[in-house]
Design a protein. Structure first.
Length: 273
């Protein structure tokens, strides 16, 4: 691992940064989530999760529940379930319905085999020790329960990575600037099955490819700016690069009518048997 990637890994997993800056409210997370309204096909991820839980009864714990996107859907569609949301950042839990508590996936405050299902949606890349986090999730899930995780592919949103490199290069006066930080790289769709397979005998991956098409730069700029908590990791003036990226987007849209971003995320449904 290079010094740069080690520094990025440390930044992605830093508890103070996650709780105090990145997720101290839901503004930045909401900006990243909102970009998907311009994606085709549209995926109802909370609906997909709810469907996978159709045979589950009892307690479902959403670890790293964020602003409660999945709990809110389950609260509506599955009122029979006992729902618990856990997140390391107290500031993001304000609007999570029902029970919610501050907790770290490395040490879940739950008895063994106390959950009939667990969710770990776009969050395991923030765990400092991913195998330990998977062991904890496995510990709290009953023998016949399931874990549903999600993440993005290493190839997800490559156009945004290229836009950042071009904008950063322009700001620095070089051909190409340094890459932007990748949150999901440590637990990408390609790497996730190996991590999860250490504890779960069956790991089924469903890929969710799509294309985001925008005719206005604002949602893309908001998405890129939502990485403000990691601005120090980009080795380039963050706000200047965002401003340059906006200009490049405006020029691209003026020439081509739209800007396209190819997405590849997915969910992984894990069972022991």
């Amino acid at each position: 691992m290079t010094d740069l990637s080690a520094a990025h890994d440390a930044a992605v997993t830093d508890r103070d940064r996650l709780a105090g800056s990145a997720y101290n409210g839901d503004r930045d997370l909401a900006a990243r989530q909102s970009l998907y309204q311009w994606q085709r096909p549209r995926y109802d991820l909370p609906g997909i999760v709810t469907e996978h839980l159709s045979a589950v009864h009892g307690r479902v714990v959403d670890v790293g529940c964020g602003n409660g996107k999945f709990i809110k859907r389950l609260h509506r569609d599955r009122p029979d379930l006992e729902l618990l949301g856990l997140d390391i950042a107290p500031g993001i839990l304000a609007d999570v319905p029902g029970g919610a508590a501050v907790a770290d996936v490395a040490r879940l405050p739950l008895p063994s085999a106390s959950a009939d299902a667990a969710l770990a949606m776009h969050m395991l890349y923030h765990a400092s020790d991913i195998p330990q986090a998977v062991r904890e999730l496995s510990r709290v899930v009953t023998d016949h329960g399931l874990l549903i995780a999600s993440t993005n592919s290493d190839r997800d949103k490559a156009e945004l990575d290229e836009l950042w490199v071009r904008a950063a290069g322009d700001v620095l006066g070089t051909d190409r600037g340094p890459a932007r930080i990748s949150l999901s790289a440590r637990f990408s769709l390609e790497k996730a099955p190996a991590f999860l397979g250490e504890e779960f005998g069956r790991v089924e991956t469903t890929e969710l490819p799509g294309t985001i098409t925008v005719t206005d730069p604002d949602p893309v700029v908001a998405h890129m700016a939502s990485y403000q908590a990691w601005a120090d990791q980009h080795d380039v003036p963050f706000e200047s690069t965002i401003a340059r990226a906006r200009t490049l987007l405006e020029e691209h849209i003026a020439r081509h009518g739209a800007f396209e971003i190819h997405c590849l995320g997915g969910i992984l449904v894990c069972r022991r048997h």
